[in-house]
Ligand binder design. Sequence first.
Ligand code: NAP
Length: 287
Amino acid sequence: MESKKIPEVILNTGQNMPVIGLGTVANPLPPNEELTSIFIDAFDVGYRHFDTADIYKTEEPLGQAVAKALDLGLIKTRDEVFITSKLWCSDADHDFVLPALRKTLQKLGLEYVDLYLIHWPVRLKNKGEESIHLNEISAENMIPLDIKGTWKAMEECHRLGLAKSIGVSNFGIKKLSQILENATIPPAVNQVELNPSWQQRKLGEFCKKNGIHLSGWSPLGAYKALWGSNAVMENPILKEIAHSRHKNVAQMDHSIGIQSYHFSMSQEGAWRIEGICYTYTGPGTFD
Ligand SMILES: NC(=O)c1ccc[n+]([C@@H]2O[C@H](COP(=O)([O-])OP(=O)(O)OC[C@H]3O[C@@H](n4cnc5c(N)ncnc54)[C@H](OP(=O)(O)O)[C@@H]3O)[C@@H](O)[C@H]2O)c1
């Protein structure tokens, strides 16, 4: 199958990141072989950015897919693929960051990740081998986050060449400011929930001013997912504009997300999209 080159953004580390990536959350989680085969298909159709995390349990099958993609010649070298992974909340501690990244790299079978993110600005008690899962999070499992110490350890991961870029996820302006106050290396990316019904404009302006790329998860509003809503896929304005251009809402939504329209968009259409009001019901970012 002929694959299309996905547009890229240049991060503040000088690294190029494909703006569209394949999310690897799956619930229920299929067996590793099935996931590896799905990721190989994604390579085949042109995906070059994959988004995983310790908590998703998809690092191992993704690593196997990278190895297989190299074997099959879908990519010629490791640096043709961009791998993002994330530090889970029970490892958000100065002393646990480096060991957690080393574990991630072992699972991926790689020498470095392209981007390593603090998954949430939340710290959970570390109970040893098994990470506390999302549905086990309760106030008694939480402990205060040491942003300064955790970020220092993230910077060390970068200096050691184990993470080409470092960043955060689900951070609001206040917590980002706390990092920036003490950082030697500023975050390259803040990955947050971002879509036409949850545009996060203030956060977007703040990130732009500080050279941080704002990257969006659940661009379709996590349609049909447990934590999601139909605020994007069933939005009457998006439906009307998409249909008038013979596109579907998902195609149009992705064009908005990467600000690259493969069809004409009038100023009025752009304003109407900008004006889509917020009907959000999910977790949002933490301030
Ligand atoms: N950093 C974080 O804290 C965080 C949090 C959540 C997610 N993420 C990342 O973001 C990724 C994406 O999240 P998401 O899956 O919620 O994203 P999403 O793109 O908002 O939603 C995907 C949903 O949209 C449906 N869909 C996809 N293409 C469609 C189309 N063309 N027409 C109609 N429906 C369509 C899918 O349904 P079907 O399954 O039925 O196709 C799926 O349920 C995750 O895998 C993860 O990597 C990060």
